[in-house]
Design a protein around this ligand. Structure first.
Ligand code: MN
Length: 259
């Protein structure tokens, strides 16, 4: 069962990849990791994300019991599409050579660019990363022992980790993201960022309203109201509790291994 699901997912990704290539998108679109770029240095191993919006890796209805199809469609085709479009404008206006400059590297020196680049570069990266962090609850998988070991070492227990991560999302005032990151010294750390900031950004610590969370993202949760309001209205905690059912732990493990 697991294998046939994997095979059909692989087949789907291959087909999606062909569609992407036909549409003139990057061949490196699917699940590549930064690996060996040297520009930013600090975050080798962070998952690479192409500058263009990629096909959603599942149907709008795929996460239905947790995230309704209308929310998925609006979130992907309106909100996230707008971040990608505005990022394209910003890289053009600010002369970024996207052929040479990986998005992770750009985010690693975002303080040198405009607010438009920061908001939309983060917005685009975070959403692409978010779609890939989830899968249908029908195909749900459990975390593998390698990451569970690290989670228990750094948070005491898997339940304690889930509570701390959920609280980071629940307590983020206004709009933003909850994150699990691997820091430069190899520790797993939970935190949150406001707006579309993310832990790859070189934002100065101690600045009012700016998170100083830094590290390689392994898991990110969108807690903007647009991510849940149609189904959950003001009940952000219910959205967060349900969301654990669609986390793709295989992807989190891949990111952990690469980081
Ligand atoms: Mn969003």
């Amino acid at each position: 069962m697991e294998n046939s699901l994997n095979n059909s997912r692989r087949e789907f990704l291959i087909q999606t990849g062909k569609a992407g290539i036909a549409a003139g998108l990057s061949v490196t679109a699917l699940s590549s990791f930064a690996g060996n770029y040297s520009a930013a240095g600090n975050f080798l191993g962070a998952e690479e994300i192409p500058y263009e919006q990629q096909p959603l890796p599942y149907a709008y209805t795929a996460l239905e019991s947790v995230i309704d199809a209308m929310t998925m469609e609006l979130h992907y085709s309106k909100h996230a599409a707008a971040y990608a479009k505005n990022l394209a404008e910003a890289v053009k206006a600010e002369n970024v050579n996207t052929g040479n400059e990986k998005l992770t590297s750009l985010l690693g020196k975002i303080s040198k660019y405009s607010a438009k680049m920061r908001n939309n570069g983060g917005g685009h990266y975070n959403h692409e990363f978010f779609w890939k962090s989830m899968k249908s609850p029908v195909e749900s998988n459990s975390p593998q022992s390698a990451i569970v070991k690290s989670i228990i070492k750094d948070f005491g227990s898997f339940e304690a980790f889930k509570t701390q991560f959920s609280d980071a999302g629940k307590n983020r005032f206004g709009s933003g993201w909850a994150w699990l990151v691997k820091t430069a010294d190899g520790k797993l750390v939970i935190g949150s960022t406001p707006n579309q900031d993310n832990p790859l950004m070189d934002l100065p610590a101690g600045q009012a309203g700016v998170s100083d969370l830094k590290g390689i993202p392994l898991l990110g949760l969108d807690v903007w109201e647009h991510a849940y309001y149609l189904k959950y209205q003001n009940r952000r905690p219910d959205y967060i509790n349900a969301w654990w059912n669609v986390v793709d732990w295989k992807v989190v493990q891949q990111r952990f291994d690469a980081a």
